[in-house]
Design a protein around this ligand. Structure first.
Ligand code: 2P0
Length: 326
Protein backbone atom coordinates (compact mmCIF):
# COMPACT_ATOMS: atom_id res chain seq x y z
CA UNK A 1 0.00 0.00 0.00
CA UNK A 2 2.84 2.41 -0.75
CA UNK A 3 4.60 3.77 -3.81
CA UNK A 4 7.11 6.45 -4.80
CA UNK A 5 7.04 8.45 -8.02
CA UNK A 6 8.96 11.27 -9.66
CA UNK A 7 7.52 13.87 -12.04
CA UNK A 8 9.16 16.84 -13.74
CA UNK A 9 7.91 20.40 -14.12
CA UNK A 10 6.93 21.79 -17.51
CA UNK A 11 6.94 25.13 -19.29
CA UNK A 12 4.04 25.98 -21.55
CA UNK A 13 4.74 27.28 -25.05
CA UNK A 14 1.00 27.63 -25.62
CA UNK A 15 -0.47 28.69 -22.30
CA UNK A 16 -3.34 27.21 -20.32
CA UNK A 17 -5.22 30.31 -19.27
CA UNK A 18 -8.77 29.91 -18.00
CA UNK A 19 -11.16 27.19 -16.94
CA UNK A 20 -14.60 26.38 -18.29
CA UNK A 21 -15.24 24.21 -15.23
CA UNK A 22 -13.27 25.04 -12.08
CA UNK A 23 -14.33 22.00 -10.13
CA UNK A 24 -13.17 19.51 -12.75
CA UNK A 25 -10.23 21.64 -13.93
CA UNK A 26 -11.52 21.75 -17.50
CA UNK A 27 -9.66 24.42 -19.50
CA UNK A 28 -11.12 26.83 -22.04
CA UNK A 29 -8.24 26.11 -24.43
CA UNK A 30 -5.79 23.36 -25.24
CA UNK A 31 -2.14 24.00 -24.32
CA UNK A 32 1.32 22.68 -25.15
CA UNK A 33 4.48 22.41 -23.07
CA UNK A 34 8.01 21.09 -22.77
CA UNK A 35 8.72 18.88 -19.75
CA UNK A 36 12.02 19.99 -18.17
CA UNK A 37 14.93 17.81 -17.13
CA UNK A 38 16.25 19.74 -14.11
CA UNK A 39 13.23 20.39 -11.93
CA UNK A 40 11.16 17.60 -10.42
CA UNK A 41 9.19 16.40 -7.41
CA UNK A 42 9.51 13.04 -5.67
CA UNK A 43 6.52 11.86 -3.72
CA UNK A 44 5.92 8.84 -1.51
CA UNK A 45 2.36 7.83 -0.67
CA UNK A 46 1.50 5.30 2.03
CA UNK A 47 -2.09 4.19 2.66
CA UNK A 48 -2.85 2.54 5.99
CA UNK A 49 -5.91 1.73 8.08
CA UNK A 50 -3.84 2.95 11.03
CA UNK A 51 -4.09 6.57 9.83
CA UNK A 52 -6.97 8.70 11.12
CA UNK A 53 -6.56 11.44 8.52
CA UNK A 54 -4.40 12.37 5.55
CA UNK A 55 -1.04 14.00 6.27
CA UNK A 56 1.53 15.75 4.12
CA UNK A 57 5.20 16.34 4.79
CA UNK A 58 6.33 18.86 2.17
CA UNK A 59 10.07 19.50 1.88
CA UNK A 60 10.50 18.31 5.46
CA UNK A 61 7.75 20.46 6.99
CA UNK A 62 4.24 19.52 8.05
CA UNK A 63 1.77 21.05 5.60
CA UNK A 64 -0.72 23.72 6.63
CA UNK A 65 -4.41 22.89 7.11
CA UNK A 66 -5.16 24.62 3.80
CA UNK A 67 -2.69 22.40 1.96
CA UNK A 68 -4.12 19.28 3.63
CA UNK A 69 -7.63 20.21 2.48
CA UNK A 70 -6.39 20.35 -1.13
CA UNK A 71 -4.48 17.08 -0.86
CA UNK A 72 -7.44 15.31 0.74
CA UNK A 73 -9.77 16.53 -2.01
CA UNK A 74 -7.35 15.16 -4.57
CA UNK A 75 -6.78 11.85 -2.76
CA UNK A 76 -10.57 11.42 -2.61
CA UNK A 77 -10.56 11.15 -6.42
CA UNK A 78 -7.96 8.39 -6.22
CA UNK A 79 -9.79 6.64 -3.35
CA UNK A 80 -13.06 6.76 -5.31
CA UNK A 81 -11.37 5.09 -8.27
CA UNK A 82 -10.02 2.36 -6.00
CA UNK A 83 -13.19 2.02 -3.91
CA UNK A 84 -11.47 2.65 -0.58
CA UNK A 85 -11.69 5.16 2.25
CA UNK A 86 -8.22 4.56 3.70
CA UNK A 87 -6.19 7.66 4.64
CA UNK A 88 -2.72 8.39 3.35
CA UNK A 89 0.61 9.76 4.49
CA UNK A 90 2.22 11.80 1.72
CA UNK A 91 5.90 12.76 1.77
CA UNK A 92 6.94 15.08 -1.00
CA UNK A 93 10.26 16.71 -1.88
CA UNK A 94 10.64 19.38 -4.56
CA UNK A 95 13.93 19.38 -6.44
CA UNK A 96 13.49 22.86 -7.75
CA UNK A 97 16.19 25.49 -7.08
CA UNK A 98 14.95 27.90 -4.45
CA UNK A 99 12.96 30.75 -5.94
CA UNK A 100 13.34 29.39 -9.47
CA UNK A 101 9.76 30.42 -9.83
CA UNK A 102 8.59 27.18 -11.34
CA UNK A 103 5.16 26.32 -10.05
CA UNK A 104 5.69 23.03 -8.28
CA UNK A 105 1.98 22.25 -8.60
CA UNK A 106 2.55 20.64 -12.02
CA UNK A 107 5.27 18.22 -10.91
CA UNK A 108 3.68 17.93 -7.47
CA UNK A 109 0.28 16.70 -8.56
CA UNK A 110 1.72 14.57 -11.37
CA UNK A 111 3.94 12.78 -8.84
CA UNK A 112 1.11 12.50 -6.31
CA UNK A 113 -1.36 11.09 -8.86
CA UNK A 114 1.23 8.57 -10.00
CA UNK A 115 2.33 7.42 -6.54
CA UNK A 116 -1.16 7.37 -5.00
CA UNK A 117 -2.73 5.39 -7.84
CA UNK A 118 0.16 2.93 -7.83
CA UNK A 119 -0.05 2.49 -4.03
CA UNK A 120 -3.74 1.56 -4.41
CA UNK A 121 -2.86 -0.85 -7.24
CA UNK A 122 -4.88 1.08 -9.80
CA UNK A 123 -3.35 0.18 -13.11
CA UNK A 124 -3.90 3.49 -14.91
CA UNK A 125 -2.77 4.28 -18.45
CA UNK A 126 -0.82 7.47 -19.19
CA UNK A 127 -3.91 9.30 -20.36
CA UNK A 128 -5.91 8.15 -17.33
CA UNK A 129 -3.11 9.37 -15.04
CA UNK A 130 -3.05 12.66 -16.91
CA UNK A 131 -6.79 13.18 -16.45
CA UNK A 132 -6.38 12.33 -12.76
CA UNK A 133 -3.41 14.70 -12.23
CA UNK A 134 -5.41 17.44 -13.99
CA UNK A 135 -7.87 17.41 -11.10
CA UNK A 136 -5.09 18.49 -8.74
CA UNK A 137 -3.70 21.23 -10.98
CA UNK A 138 -4.35 21.75 -14.67
CA UNK A 139 -0.72 21.95 -15.75
CA UNK A 140 0.01 18.67 -13.92
CA UNK A 141 -1.85 16.84 -16.69
CA UNK A 142 1.11 17.67 -18.98
CA UNK A 143 3.85 16.57 -16.56
CA UNK A 144 2.86 12.90 -16.88
CA UNK A 145 4.69 12.79 -20.21
CA UNK A 146 8.22 13.74 -21.26
CA UNK A 147 9.35 15.92 -24.14
CA UNK A 148 6.77 17.98 -26.04
CA UNK A 149 3.24 17.49 -24.69
CA UNK A 150 -0.23 18.68 -25.63
CA UNK A 151 -3.12 18.93 -23.15
CA UNK A 152 -6.31 18.51 -25.15
CA UNK A 153 -9.03 20.66 -23.65
CA UNK A 154 -11.62 18.00 -24.39
CA UNK A 155 -15.23 18.41 -25.41
CA UNK A 156 -17.37 16.65 -22.85
CA UNK A 157 -18.38 18.15 -19.54
CA UNK A 158 -17.43 15.08 -17.51
CA UNK A 159 -13.78 15.75 -18.38
CA UNK A 160 -13.02 12.22 -19.57
CA UNK A 161 -11.44 13.54 -22.79
CA UNK A 162 -9.43 16.35 -21.15
CA UNK A 163 -5.94 14.88 -20.84
CA UNK A 164 -2.45 15.25 -22.28
CA UNK A 165 -0.63 13.22 -24.91
CA UNK A 166 3.00 13.24 -26.00
CA UNK A 167 3.89 14.91 -29.29
CA UNK A 168 7.66 14.16 -29.27
CA UNK A 169 9.70 12.38 -26.64
CA UNK A 170 12.54 14.13 -24.82
CA UNK A 171 15.23 12.79 -27.13
CA UNK A 172 13.52 13.74 -30.38
CA UNK A 173 14.42 17.45 -30.43
CA UNK A 174 16.83 19.27 -28.16
CA UNK A 175 15.71 22.82 -27.44
CA UNK A 176 17.27 24.84 -24.60
CA UNK A 177 15.10 26.49 -21.96
CA UNK A 178 17.00 28.99 -19.82
CA UNK A 179 15.21 29.58 -16.55
CA UNK A 180 16.00 33.17 -15.65
CA UNK A 181 15.45 33.97 -11.98
CA UNK A 182 15.06 37.70 -11.41
CA UNK A 183 15.24 40.00 -8.41
CA UNK A 184 11.57 40.40 -7.56
CA UNK A 185 9.09 40.78 -4.76
CA UNK A 186 6.36 38.20 -4.08
CA UNK A 187 3.53 37.92 -6.56
CA UNK A 188 0.19 39.27 -5.48
CA UNK A 189 -2.25 37.19 -7.56
CA UNK A 190 -2.06 33.38 -7.81
CA UNK A 191 -2.36 31.82 -11.25
CA UNK A 192 -5.60 30.14 -10.20
CA UNK A 193 -7.21 33.43 -9.09
CA UNK A 194 -5.61 35.35 -11.95
CA UNK A 195 -7.00 33.16 -14.68
CA UNK A 196 -10.43 33.14 -13.07
CA UNK A 197 -10.55 36.92 -12.78
CA UNK A 198 -9.42 37.27 -16.38
CA UNK A 199 -12.07 34.88 -17.73
CA UNK A 200 -14.78 36.70 -15.78
CA UNK A 201 -13.83 40.33 -16.32
CA UNK A 202 -11.28 40.99 -19.07
CA UNK A 203 -12.64 42.25 -22.40
CA UNK A 204 -9.36 41.06 -23.92
CA UNK A 205 -10.09 37.44 -23.02
CA UNK A 206 -12.18 36.99 -26.18
CA UNK A 207 -9.10 38.00 -28.20
CA UNK A 208 -7.11 35.29 -26.44
CA UNK A 209 -9.74 32.67 -27.22
CA UNK A 210 -10.03 33.81 -30.84
CA UNK A 211 -6.38 33.06 -31.62
CA UNK A 212 -5.08 30.40 -29.23
CA UNK A 213 -6.21 27.38 -31.23
CA UNK A 214 -4.47 28.79 -34.34
CA UNK A 215 -1.31 29.35 -32.26
CA UNK A 216 -1.50 25.73 -31.13
CA UNK A 217 -1.87 24.46 -34.70
CA UNK A 218 1.13 26.50 -35.88
CA UNK A 219 3.17 25.39 -32.86
CA UNK A 220 2.50 21.74 -33.67
CA UNK A 221 3.64 22.37 -37.24
CA UNK A 222 6.83 24.03 -35.94
CA UNK A 223 7.53 21.01 -33.69
CA UNK A 224 6.82 18.57 -36.48
CA UNK A 225 9.18 20.50 -38.81
CA UNK A 226 11.79 21.10 -36.03
CA UNK A 227 11.49 24.78 -36.97
CA UNK A 228 13.01 26.62 -34.00
CA UNK A 229 12.34 30.13 -35.32
CA UNK A 230 8.67 29.40 -35.75
CA UNK A 231 8.49 27.75 -32.31
CA UNK A 232 10.10 30.77 -30.64
CA UNK A 233 8.02 33.38 -32.45
CA UNK A 234 4.73 31.66 -31.66
CA UNK A 235 5.66 30.95 -28.02
CA UNK A 236 6.69 34.54 -27.36
CA UNK A 237 3.60 36.01 -29.02
CA UNK A 238 1.33 33.56 -27.18
CA UNK A 239 2.83 34.48 -23.81
CA UNK A 240 2.45 38.21 -24.53
CA UNK A 241 -1.21 37.70 -25.43
CA UNK A 242 -1.83 35.80 -22.20
CA UNK A 243 -0.30 38.60 -20.14
CA UNK A 244 -2.21 41.24 -22.11
CA UNK A 245 -5.50 39.72 -20.91
CA UNK A 246 -4.56 40.48 -17.29
CA UNK A 247 -4.30 44.21 -18.03
CA UNK A 248 -7.94 44.25 -19.02
CA UNK A 249 -9.17 42.43 -15.92
CA UNK A 250 -11.16 44.18 -13.21
CA UNK A 251 -9.23 44.97 -11.09
CA UNK A 252 -6.27 44.81 -13.49
CA UNK A 253 -3.05 43.05 -12.56
CA UNK A 254 0.38 42.32 -14.01
CA UNK A 255 2.83 39.52 -13.24
CA UNK A 256 5.83 41.38 -14.65
CA UNK A 257 8.20 43.41 -12.52
CA UNK A 258 10.92 45.75 -13.78
CA UNK A 259 13.45 42.90 -13.78
CA UNK A 260 11.08 40.90 -16.01
CA UNK A 261 11.16 43.71 -18.58
CA UNK A 262 14.95 43.93 -18.37
CA UNK A 263 15.17 40.29 -19.48
CA UNK A 264 12.50 40.65 -22.19
CA UNK A 265 14.27 43.66 -23.67
CA UNK A 266 17.64 41.92 -23.53
CA UNK A 267 16.23 38.95 -25.44
CA UNK A 268 14.82 41.26 -28.13
CA UNK A 269 18.16 43.09 -28.33
CA UNK A 270 20.09 39.80 -28.70
CA UNK A 271 17.75 38.81 -31.49
CA UNK A 272 18.42 42.09 -33.31
CA UNK A 273 22.11 41.33 -33.01
CA UNK A 274 21.52 37.96 -34.67
CA UNK A 275 21.59 35.76 -31.58
CA UNK A 276 18.31 33.91 -31.77
CA UNK A 277 16.35 33.73 -28.51
CA UNK A 278 12.71 34.09 -27.45
CA UNK A 279 11.05 34.52 -24.07
CA UNK A 280 8.00 33.08 -22.38
CA UNK A 281 6.61 34.03 -18.98
CA UNK A 282 4.19 32.26 -16.64
CA UNK A 283 2.10 33.69 -13.83
CA UNK A 284 5.08 35.30 -12.11
CA UNK A 285 8.05 37.62 -12.67
CA UNK A 286 10.64 35.08 -13.84
CA UNK A 287 11.37 34.54 -17.53
CA UNK A 288 12.15 31.40 -19.51
CA UNK A 289 14.30 31.95 -22.57
CA UNK A 290 14.17 29.56 -25.51
CA UNK A 291 17.23 29.08 -27.69
CA UNK A 292 19.11 26.43 -29.63
CA UNK A 293 21.68 24.38 -27.66
CA UNK A 294 24.67 25.79 -29.59
CA UNK A 295 23.79 29.29 -28.36
CA UNK A 296 22.86 28.47 -24.76
CA UNK A 297 26.20 29.30 -23.12
CA UNK A 298 26.53 32.62 -24.88
CA UNK A 299 22.94 33.65 -24.12
CA UNK A 300 23.22 32.48 -20.52
CA UNK A 301 26.29 34.69 -20.07
CA UNK A 302 24.55 37.75 -21.53
CA UNK A 303 21.47 37.29 -19.36
CA UNK A 304 23.44 36.54 -16.20
CA UNK A 305 25.28 39.85 -16.69
CA UNK A 306 22.07 41.84 -16.10
CA UNK A 307 22.06 43.33 -12.58
CA UNK A 308 18.42 42.30 -12.04
CA UNK A 309 19.14 38.62 -12.80
CA UNK A 310 19.92 36.35 -9.85
CA UNK A 311 20.47 33.05 -11.63
CA UNK A 312 20.15 31.35 -15.01
CA UNK A 313 19.52 27.60 -15.02
CA UNK A 314 19.86 25.78 -18.34
CA UNK A 315 17.23 23.08 -18.94
CA UNK A 316 16.38 20.74 -21.80
CA UNK A 317 13.44 18.45 -22.57
CA UNK A 318 13.10 15.93 -19.76
CA UNK A 319 11.31 12.65 -19.06
CA UNK A 320 7.80 11.83 -17.99
CA UNK A 321 6.80 10.15 -14.73
CA UNK A 322 8.98 7.48 -13.19
CA UNK A 323 8.21 4.90 -10.51
CA UNK A 324 10.91 4.68 -7.84
CA UNK A 325 11.61 2.31 -5.02
CA UNK A 326 12.92 3.05 -1.50
C1 2P0 B 1 0.51 27.02 -18.04
N1 2P0 B 1 -0.02 28.39 -16.03
O1 2P0 B 1 0.02 26.63 -19.11
C2 2P0 B 1 -0.11 28.27 -17.44
C3 2P0 B 1 0.50 29.52 -17.99
C4 2P0 B 1 0.41 29.69 -15.62
C5 2P0 B 1 0.53 30.48 -16.85
O2 2P0 B 1 -0.77 26.34 -15.65
O3 2P0 B 1 -5.62 26.31 -11.12
O4 2P0 B 1 -1.17 25.95 -11.29
O5 2P0 B 1 -3.94 24.57 -10.50
O6 2P0 B 1 -5.13 24.45 -12.70
O7 2P0 B 1 -1.87 24.74 -13.42
C6 2P0 B 1 -0.43 27.63 -13.76
O8 2P0 B 1 -1.68 27.28 -13.33
O9 2P0 B 1 -3.48 26.26 -12.25
C7 2P0 B 1 -0.42 27.41 -15.21
P1 2P0 B 1 -4.59 25.34 -11.61
P2 2P0 B 1 -1.98 25.92 -12.55
O10 2P0 B 1 1.50 26.48 -17.51
Amino acid sequence: MEAIARAHTNIALIKYWGKRNSQLFLPTNSSLSITLDHFYTETKVQFSDQFEKDSLLLDGSQATDKEIVKITAFLNHVRNLAGTKTFAKVTSVNHVPTAAGFASSASGYAALATAASKALQLDLTGTELSALARQGSGSASRSIFGGFVEWHKGENEAGTDSFATQILDEKAWNVSVLSVVVEAGPKSVSSRDGMQRTVETSPFYDGWLATVEEDLKLMKEAINDRDFTKLGEIAEANALKMHATTLGAKPPFLYWQSATLDVMQKVMELRQQGLEAYFTIDAGPNVKVLCEPENEEMIKEKLAALSSVRDVIVCHPGPGIQYLSD
